[in-house]
Design a protein around this ligand. Structure first.
Ligand SMILES: [Zn+2]
Length: 132
C-alpha cells in the first residue's frame, strides 16, 4: 500500500555533531505543520516537533552518545546529546505509537521562520500539573 503523498528527507544533527540522523517526513517541509506546545517540558527545552514514524528515522552517528530524561508517566524518554545537551527527540514507542516526536530545530540549515505551526495547549492538557 502506498501513501501516495509527497515526502522529504532531512538530515539532522546536534550542535556538536556527535549525534546525526536522517529522517523522512510526509508531507515535506514547509507543508508539514510543526507543533509548538506550551507544556512545562516544551517550554523549558524549546521543542518544535514533527512526528515521523520510527521506521522513517535512521541514526547515522552517535546513538550511544544520547542521554535520557523521563518524568511523569516515565513512558516517554526524551533523548539529548550527552556532550552538547541538544534535545533530539521524544520516543513515544512505549506508549504504543511507532513514532518519534522529533525536534525540528536539529534539522540541518533549518529556517524556523518558514514553517507552518500548530499551537498546542499542553500546559492545560497535561496532568498532573507541573510543579517544582
Ligand atoms: Zn552534541
Amino acid at each position: 500500500m502506498s501513501s501516495g503523498g509527497e515526502s522529504g528527507v532531512y538530515d539532522g544533527n546536534c550542535h556538536c555533531g556527535a549525534v546525526r540522523y536522517t529522517v523522512k517526513l510526509s508531507p515535506p517541509l514547509p507543508e508539514y505543520v510543526v507543533t509548538q506546545c506550551n507544556c512545562s517540558v516544551c517550554t523549558k527545552i524549546g521543542y518544535l516537533l514533527v512526528y515521523p514514524s520510527i521506521d522513517d528515522f535512521t541514526s547515522t552517528r552517535g546513538e550511544d552518545q544520547l542521554k535520557e530524561y523521563r518524568f511523569g508517566s516515565k513512558r516517554r524518554p526524551h533523548r539529548m546529546c550527552g556532550n552538547c545537551g541538544c534535545s533530539i527527540l521524544i520516543d513515544l514507542s512505549e506508549t504504543g505509537q511507532n513514532t518519534y516526536a522529533l525536534n525540528v530545530r536539529m534539522f540541518k540549515d533549518v529556517d524556523l521562520d518558514k514553517f507552518k505551526y500548530k499551537y498546542v495547549d499542553g500546559k492545560n492538557l497535561a496532568l498532573p500539573q507541573y510543579e517544582i
